[in-house]
Design a protein around this ligand. Structure first.
Ligand SMILES: Cc1ncc(COP(=O)(O)O)c(C=O)c1O
Length: 393
């Protein structure tokens, strides 16, 4: 029974709960695109990934409802067997076009997309090169593969090039990077990363989870933003952020997608995306196409909040995206700031070890196109009040 000893010994979460500073698994009773009711009180949500604010859009809800009625509540099977609906195929065609690729493959979650692509493609003799700050699903996909895993310092294409140069041109190599890094709000230096990969005959996979709907002339992400979509072999995306649903996708050459359809275990050995979610993503893509002004509004909100937080003296790191980290440092002070803001009606996320080093604990603030000027005033007012109180304490 040794395996359970660690469970009995684990006291940190209960101690944090007892101190009133526990920030996780907060049950939301009701929500709008920008607010959540918790414990009976409405909080302004600046802790979601609802960048375009589409989760409650009437056209998406109507499309999801119609699919629910037409196809039922679940697919009850794997894509390979009875779980492929005409809707999945329509979404794949649409996403291939969206990402400027030949073909696309839809997974049940974004996490599974990374697992299913990396673990399938990287064999025993292959090498995969990851940014040190890549998302856990990328790290887990690499671990699950039988290949050799290398990490390079955050966005450092020079070190990456040196690592790649250590292996012959006919070695199987794949570089995987987030387009936008979810905890820092930084953007990958894709032109330099692609150049290093090209020079050393490596394939490239970019995870556009936080970039879809946010970057690029049509909202396709950082590869489109930098004009390198044709030099990135595989583009991965999630539906759980700007696309207001749940699910994941990888887009690339037809032969690669065809191979993944038949070899990706995270695709084959799980039930497919439910119909209502698929229909919701299709409707969200229509809105992204029809309403580019949402992206403009998101960036206007982001600029306003980032500029004001800096002016108030907060350290927001090197963020140039709607993800704005407010670096506090110490764990307890970070939790105290989180709690004070929560009590003041603002929902943020504390980011603490192991996600970040112990001395750079932070709050993560993320903006939405749907935040109103008045909501932003309230958020900034709360930060100002709380910072003064903490400085005086
Ligand atoms: C960069 C990145 N990739 C992949 C994922 C996994 O996506 P999902 O939550 O849709 O499974 C996330 C989500 O947290 C993410 O931030």
């Amino acid at each position: 029974m040794n395996i359970f000893r660690k469970c009995d010994d684990y006291t940190l979460a209960r101690e944090t709960q007892a101190a009133g500073l526990y920030p996780y698994f907060v049950p939301i009773e009701e929500s709008t695109a920008t607010e959540a009711r918790i414990g009976g009180d409405w909080k302004i949500m600046v802790g979601s990934n609802n960048y375009l604010g589409l989760t409650h859009h009437p056209a998406i809800l109507a499309a999801a409802r119609a699919a629910l009625v037409k196809y039922g509540s679940g697919s009850t099977g794997s894509r390979l067997l009875n779980g492929t609906l005409a809707l999945h195929e329509r979404l794949e065609e649409r996403l291939a076009h969206f990402f400027h690729k030949d073909a696309a493959l839809v997974f049940t979650t974004g996490y599974q997309a990374n697992l299913g692509v990396i673990a399938a493609l990287i064999g025993r003799d292959d090498h995969v090169f990851l940014d040190r700050l890549d998302h856990a699903s990328i790290v887990d996909g690499a671990k699950l593969s039988y290949g050799h895993v290398h990490r390079y310092p955050h966005s450092d294409a020079n070190v990456l090039a040196r690592q790649l140069a250590g292996f012959s041109d006919d070695t199987g190599k794949l570089v995987v990077t987030d387009g936008v890094f979810s905890m820092e709000g930084t953007v990958a230096d894709l032109p330099a990363i692609v150049a290093a990969a090209n020079a050393h005959h490596s394939a490239v996979l970019v995870d556009e989870a936080h970039a879809v709907g946010v970057f690029g002339p049509t909202g396709a992400g950082t590869a489109e933003h930098f004009g390198v979509s044709d030099q990135v072999d595989l583009i991965m995306g999630t539906f759980s952020k700007s696309l207001a649903s749940v699910g994941g996708v990888v887009a690339g050459d037809e032969s690669v997608i065809h191979w993944l359809r038949h070899h990706s275990r995270a695709l084959i050995f799980t039930a497919s995306m439910p119909p209502a979610s698929v229909a919701g993503v299709l409707a969200a893509l229509d809105i992204i196409e029809r309403e580019p002004e949402r992206r403009a509004r998101l960036w206007a909100n982001t600029t306003r909040v980032a500029t004001t937080l800096r002016a108030l003296g907060f350290d927001i790191g090197d963020s140039h995206t709607p993800i704005i980290p407010v670096v506090v440092g110490d764990l307890v002070r970070t939790l105290q700031l989180w709690r004070a803001l929560f009590d003041d009606g603002v929902f943020t996320h504390p980011i603490v070890p192991p996600a970040v080093p112990p001395t750079s604990c932070r709050l993560r603030v993320s903006m939405s196109a749907e935040h109103s000027d008045e909501q932003i005033d309230r958020v900034l007012g709360a930060f100002d009040r709380v910072a003064r109180l903490m400085a005086a304490a």
